[in-house]
Design a protein around this ligand. Structure first.
Ligand SMILES: C[C@H]1O[C@@H](n2cnc3c(N)ncnc32)[C@H](O)[C@@H]1O
Ligand SMILES: [Zn+2]
Length: 434
């Protein structure tokens, strides 16, 4: 196969680094799906040159908790707490879903992610085969799991395993490695002990990770304590469920003992500040977790509780929320938050050998931003400060995933944006009339 090469020339490179974001001027050579060289004197003749002057290059952002097909439900039910929101609004609407609606919702989300600089997302939802097809077409990287819920019903449990195992068999390591799969037990409240125990066995058997909602609301903790006598992480620990392949979304309400368990078992955390604020769930103790050495990444959750997929916004909210919670402006400085949305996210999904930073040999998942936009001016202090506190997703000019340019100078190349928008508008109208 012929080598495809792209040279991104003379650009300001921002890379996560242990504790400190590194910034330097240079060029990056992409060969096929990988970063081949980083430096100042790259003289190869290439298929394509991208002029980096006046631009910033950084790793594509990693969104570690999402339900992307829920993009169709943007603005469907606002200003409610989680239980009412799910029981009275979201679940009734989800009963009308089919593979076509989920496909369209996934395409809509893919366009939004590409436009706002996210190249990898972690998903849990339904009709995941159609989500996989949408992601194959869109060109971004996805970790997909089926949202398993049994409420103790054995027949439903069998069905959920069949769905998730079929997803793994059909799509794990597909789309040139851009799609991987996990098990997606929804939460310790909606899943029985039998389901959770079997998820651990099957995850070991298929060598895949687990994506689960944990400790999101106080009500949920009370429900688990009432039924098991233990707090949620103590309960999962007693089932030998926890390990570094578990991505736990939310982790808002945690006892000190649970934080110790997270650290001991190397559980990976996805912090979702906007969703937690919007549903008034609470404030996750992120600074405490980071101080203990727990790996914390960032997710948006579904659009129905956010209401967008802009990880630049999410980074800023993560930082500001923690500062006001701790009444300490020094917590979650911008370089730490930049790490959370890049390398920590990659690690949280066990993808850090491939993505999360700009390094030779890693996949070319890269985004370019405009240094000259009004909200980035003056540009003397680029560093992570401008990116976390001043930028937003619409400052992204170009998005590259797996060495393929998905958007260039704000024009989406891989999908027809107008068509996706009109399909989405039609789909939600139809669903509301069902
Ligand atoms: C996979 C399942 O998770 C639901 N879902 C979406 N957002 C949340 C949340 N913040 N907490 C719990 N469940 C959620 C979806 O609506 C779907 O039913
Ligand atoms: Zn969620």
């Amino acid at each position: 196969m012929e080598t495809k090469t792209i040279l991104i020339k003379d650009i300001t490179i921002l890379n996560p680094d242990l504790g400190n974001v590194k910034e330097f001027q240079g060029s990056v050579l992409i060969e096929n799906d990988k970063i081949a060289k980083i430096g100042n004197n790259i003289n190869e003749s290439v298929d394509k040159v991208i002029d980096g002057k006046g631009k910033i290059l950084m790793p594509g952002l990693v969104n570690t908790h999402n339900h992307i097909s829920m993009n169709l439900f943007r603005g469907l039910a606002d200003d409610l707490e989680l239980n009412t929101w799910l029981n009275d609004h979201i679940w009734p609407m989800e009963s009308h879903l089919n593979s076509n609606y989920c496909y369209i919702g996934a395409l809509l989300a893919a366009v939004e992610m590409i436009k706002s600089g996210t190249t990898t997302f972690n998903d849990m939802y339904f009709y995941m085969g159609s989500v996989a097809q949408a992601i194959d077409k869109a060109g971004i990287r996805g970790v997909l799991s089926y949202g398993m819920i049994d409420f103790g019903d054995e027949e439903k449990r069998e069905h959920e395993f069949k769905e998730n195992i079929d997803l793994i068999k059909d799509f794990n390591n597909s789309a040139n490695g851009r799609i991987t799969c996990r098990f997606g037990p929804h939460s310790p409240v909606t899943c029985s002990k039998e389901l959770l125990e079997r998820v651990r066995e099957e995850a070991n058997k298929y060598n895949v990770g687990i994506h689960i909602h944990m400790n999101e609301t106080q009500k949920e903790i009370k429900d688990v304590v009432d039924s098991t006598g233990m707090r949620p992480f103590e309960y999962l620990n007693s089932l030998n469920f926890l390990s570094s392949d578990v991505l736990a979304a939310h982790c808002v309400w945690l006892s000190d003992n649970e934080i110790d368990i997270l650290k001991q078992k190397d559980v990976q955390v996805s912090h979702n500040p906007c969703s937690n604020m919007k549903l008034a769930s609470g404030i996750a103790p992120v600074s405490k977790l980071l101080n203990k050495g727990v790996n914390v990444s960032i997710g948006t959750d579904g659009v129905a509780s956010n209401n967008n997929l802009d990880l630049f916004e999410e980074m800023k909210f993560a930082s500001l929320l923690q500062k006001v919670n701790d009444l300490n402006p020094e917590v979650l400085p911008s370089n730490q938050v930049f790490n959370m949305a890049t390398i920590n996210g990659a690690k949280a999904l066990s993808l850090d050998k491939d993505i999360g930073s700009i390094e030779v040999g890693k996949k070319a998942d890269l985004i370019l931003l405009d240094k000259k936009s009004i909200n980035m001016t003056p540009d003397s202090k680029i560093s992570s400060s401008n990116l976390v506190y001043s930028a937003n997703g619409s400052d992204v000019l170009t998005t590259i995933c797996n060495g393929q340019i998905l958007m260039e100078d704000k024009k989406i190349l891989c999908l027809n944006e107008d068509k996706v928008k009109s399909l989405a508008n039609e789909a939600i109208l139809e669903m509301k009339n069902l």
